[in-house]
Structures are given as structure tokens and as C-alpha cells.
Write a protein that binds this ligand. Structure first.
Ligand SMILES: *[C@@H]1O[C@H](CO)[C@@H](O)[C@H](O)[C@H]1NC(C)=O
Ligand SMILES: *[C@@H]1O[C@H](CO)[C@@H](O)[C@H](O)[C@H]1NC(C)=O
Ligand SMILES: *[C@@H]1O[C@H](CO)[C@@H](O)[C@H](O)[C@H]1NC(C)=O
Ligand SMILES: CC(=O)N[C@H]1CO[C@H](CO)[C@@H](O)[C@@H]1O
Length: 418
């Protein structure tokens, strides 16, 4: 009798061990929830890999990890991302971008929207305070900002499905900290139109801080500087336990990489004028010069000088933009004042957005705080990385027991500088 028991006992033990060992060698579970960064100019999708404990940002067919937030309408199709961008020159009236600036946004008067629409090659109409884009192929119709966003999210969803080899229906998405409830609702609606359930909406600065592991680090105050192509956003986050909340935000919606390029362009145009007596005036020449200037600006982040009609040094670029670079500190001072913090009380400074690659900007921020900002994550992918971590938490892949990571602060106002 005792012998039988022990045989049974070891059989159970063997089964248990086989199960345990089997689990060890099983392929890691696939991510169930994707993380989406729906940016104004670019968007990305990422997943948290439970087996690896890291984030993978998913590329498009060509492996590009960000796709332009551009949607173009041709006779028979809707083209999103790079396909949409390619049509921008040949089909400018039906190629919609910057939809994020209009999603869920209420304009008090039609004239307010008209002023905005003057900047774009496509048409917009005022509809009960909201915006509709006008598309004319062989017929004329209107589409909403959330429809445009849904086409981008659908593209991101397909990129993820292709990569993961399975259908995806759940996501976490980021929005600017300043988005109100209505803008958040319309962003969720865009995702629903793309066949995605949104498990959580998180603020972009919080996502960026998470990309740097701030949710696990021993920090209480994190300052996030997000400097993109056209806007600067500064947020002061406070962490209590594993929860973040936004303590203050400020920004400048007319400051970014495009302005820095413009200064360099003006300089080159002036040089050409001095040399040839007339500035370049043909549209193609100006267009070509603009592209060369943009490339030179990116190059100056890595090289001390480039050749662009004439040699341009990094010092010259910095000098041409010195006053603009200093403007970055105004909203930084504001969030500290509003958050009632001394700069020494800021534990970490996180940089997001392509323009924070500019060495001089890193230096100005570093000198202001007397410590180096955190720059190890690609500034263009920091937000999607953080959103994917949150998606991993929501999908139950996270080894830590963290349930909620953000407390919303509905009464906060953003201060804007120009
Ligand atoms: C527009 O063009 C598409 C594709 O050629 C065609 O299927 C559709 O019937 C046309 N619609 C109108 C209103 O002409
Ligand atoms: C946002 O959506 C929620 C849930 O559907 C709803 O209760 C709320 O009224 C909406 N708010 C706005 C401002 O649209
Ligand atoms: C950057 O500039 C350097 C020096 O002018 C040049 O050799 C290099 O090819 C450029 N690189 C890019 C990516 O433009
Ligand atoms: C350069 C720098 O400040 N690095 C910091 C980035 O953030 C982590 C916390 O996750 C710090 O430990 C690093 O020192």
C-alpha cells in the first residue's frame, strides 16, 4: 500500500515537473495589447514583450518605426502614412495632415476655424463648432478629424497584426496632457472606428517618463520637455507611489524645429543674394534649398560643420537660433513656479521630440538644472515606448503588480508663450 502511494506520488511529481519545465521552454506569450502614439506629424505602434521584458516598436513594410500622420484620398482608395505623404505634392487638396490639431476641438466662431484653415492647402468647413475636411475626387464629401485619425490607427493596427501574426483588438493610446475630455473622447472614437478597444488613455509626458523607467525609479518630480517640429510642451510630473500626476504644464505652440530651419534658410538666402545680387526666387529653387537646409540641420547634430552652398558650422547654427533656444526656458520656469518647486527639487529631466537632439538645447537645459537631462531613449520613440509599457501592464504581462499609473488632473490649465 505504501509502495503504491509513493509510485502515485512520484507520478504526480513528474507531471508537475513536466508542466513546470514545459512552461519554462514554452514560447513567450504574445502581447495582447498594443501601445499607440498618435502624433501630430508622426505616429507609431509598440508592444511590450512579456518574455523579453522590453518594448518593441513595430515598423511598416519598409521597417520605418514612425509613419507620417498623413492621409490622402485618391479616386478609389484612402492612403495612410508614407503612401499618403507621397501623394502630398500631386494631390495637395485631398491630402490631410495635422488632423490631431482639430480632433474633438470646439471653435467658438467659424472665423476662428477660417484663420486656422488659411495655413493648409486642403479645405475645411465649420460644423457645429467642430471641423470637417473637404475631399474632392470624382465626388465631393467631408470627413471628420477622427475619421482621418482612424485611418492612421488602422494602418498602425495592420502593422502590428502583420508583425505579431494575429488579430489585435485592444490598445492603450497617448494624448497631449492638455487634451480635454472631449478631445480624449474623440481620440477614443477614432480608435473604435479602426476596430480597437481603448483600455486606457495616458498623457504623452507620463508615457515619456515611463519610457525612462521613472515608474520604477526612486523619483518624485520629473520634468518633461517635448520639443517637436512646431511646438514645445513642458510638463512637471509628480509621482506618488507608482502613480503619476501632472502638477503643471506650459508651452509654446509656435516654437520648434521648423523655426530653427527657417533661420538657417534666411541666412543662406541672404548669402546667395550677396553673391549673385538676387535671392533665389524660383519656387523649385527655394523648395530644394529648404530641403538641403533641413538635411544640414540634422547633420549638424552629429557633425561640427556641413557644406551647404557654403560651409555652415554648428556654432553658426546655434548663433542664428540663440534667442529661440533661450525661449525654451520660459515655460520651464513657469511650470516650476506653478508647481511651487525649486529647480533643485526636480529629480530627473526627460527630453522628448526630435529637436531635443540639438546639442546646444541639451546643454541649455542641463546648465539650467545643473544636471544632465535623460536622453538615452530615442526622443522620437519615447512616447510610444512608454505607451507600450502601459499596454504591457494592462495586458497583464508586467511582472510587477502595478495597476494604475496616472491620476488625471482635470482642473489644470496650460500656460502658452508665443
Ligand atoms: C468615382 O470613381 C470610382 C472609381 O473609378 C467609381 O467606382 C465611382 O462609381 C465613381 N463615382 C462617381 C460618382 O462618378
Ligand atoms: C466622454 O465620454 C464619456 C463616456 O462615453 C461621457 O460620459 C462623457 O459625457 C463624454 N464627455 C464629453 C465632453 O464628450
Ligand atoms: C554630413 O556632413 C558631412 C560633412 O559635410 C558629410 O561628409 C556627410 O556625408 C554628411 N552626412 C549626411 C548624412 O548628410
Ligand atoms: C543621464 C541621466 O540623468 N540618467 C538618468 C536617467 O534616469 C534614470 C532613472 O530611470 C537614472 O538612474 C539615470 O541616472
Amino acid at each position: 500500500m505504501a509502495g503504491e502511494m509513493s509510485i502515485l506520488g512520484s507520478a504526480i511529481l513528474a507531471l508537475f515537473l513536466a508542466g513546470y519545465l514545459g512552461q519554462q521552454y514554452l514560447p513567450p506569450p504574445k502581447p495582447k495589447v498594443i501601445g499607440l502614439d498618435l502624433g501630430t506629424t508622426f505616429c507609431s505602434v509598440g508592444v511590450f514583450r512579456p518574455g523579453m521584458g522590453d518594448v518593441e516598436v513595430i515598423g511598416d513594410e519598409e521597417g520605418r518605426k514612425s509613419i507620417p500622420s498623413v492621409v490622402s484620398f485618391s479616386l478609389t482608395q484612402v492612403h495612410a502614412g508614407y503612401d499618403g505623404l507621397e501623394l502630398a505634392d500631386s494631390n495637395p487638396h485631398n491630402t490631410i495632415y495635422d488632423a490631431k490639431r482639430f480632433i474633438g476641438k470646439i471653435f467658438d466662431k467659424p472665423e476662428d476655424l477660417e484663420r486656422e484653415s488659411a495655413r493648409y492647402p486642403f479645405k475645411m468647413v465649420y460644423n457645429n463648432g467642430g471641423t470637417e475636411f473637404v475631399v474632392s475626387t470624382n465626388r465631393t464629401f467631408t470627413v471628420s478629424p477622427e475619421f482621418i485619425s482612424s485611418q492612421l490607427l488602422l494602418k498602425l493596427r495592420k502593422m502590428a497584426e502583420r508583425h505579431l501574426g494575429m488579430p489585435v483588438h485592444k490598445a492603450v493610446i497617448s494624448v497631449p496632457a492638455e487634451f480635454d475630455e472631449r478631445q480624449r473622447n474623440y481620440t477614443i472614437r477614432a480608435a473604435n472606428l479602426a476596430g480597437l478597444d481603448i483600455l486606457r488613455v495616458i498623457n504623452e509626458p507620463t508615457a515619456a517618463a515611463m519610457a525612462y523607467g521613472m515608474h520604477k525609479a526612486d523619483v518624485s518630480n520629473v520634468l518633461v520637455v517635448d520639443l517637436g517640429g512646431g511646438t514645445l510642451d513642458v510638463s512637471l510630473l509628480n509621482k506618488q507611489g507608482a502613480m503619476f500626476f501632472t502638477r503643471a504644464m506650459a508651452g509654446n505652440n509656435k516654437l520648434g524645429g521648423q523655426d530653427f530651419s527657417q533661420r538657417l534658410l534666411q541666412y543662406i538666402v541672404e548669402k546667395v543674394r550677396q553673391r549673385f545680387g538676387i535671392p533665389p526666387s524660383r519656387e523649385e529653387d527655394v523648395h530644394r534649398l529648404r530641403q538641403a537646409v533641413e538635411a544640414a540641420k540634422l547633420n549638424l547634430t552629429l557633425n561640427p560643420r556641413v557644406l551647404l552652398e557654403e560651409p555652415v558650422t554648428r556654432e553658426l547654427f546655434e548663433e542664428l537660433n540663440a534667442d529661440l533656444f533661450q525661449k525654451i526656458l520660459a515655460p520651464v520656469r513657469t511650470v516650476l513656479a506653478e508647481g511651487q518647486l525649486e529647480k533643485a527639487e526636480v529629480d530627473e529631466v526627460v527630453l522628448v521630440g526630435g529637436s531635443t537632439r540639438i546639442p546646444r538645447i541639451r546643454k541649455i537645459i542641463g546648465q539650467f538644472f545643473g544636471k544632465d537631462p535623460n536622453t538615452s531613449v530615442d526622443p522620437d520613440l519615447a512616447v510610444v515606448t512608454g505607451v507600450a509599457i502601459q499596454a504591457g501592464i494592462m495586458g497583464g504581462a508586467w511582472p510587477l503588480q502595478v495597476s494604475a499609473l496616472e491620476i488625471s488632473n482635470r482642473h489644470l490649465r496650460k500656460t502658452n508663450f508665443h
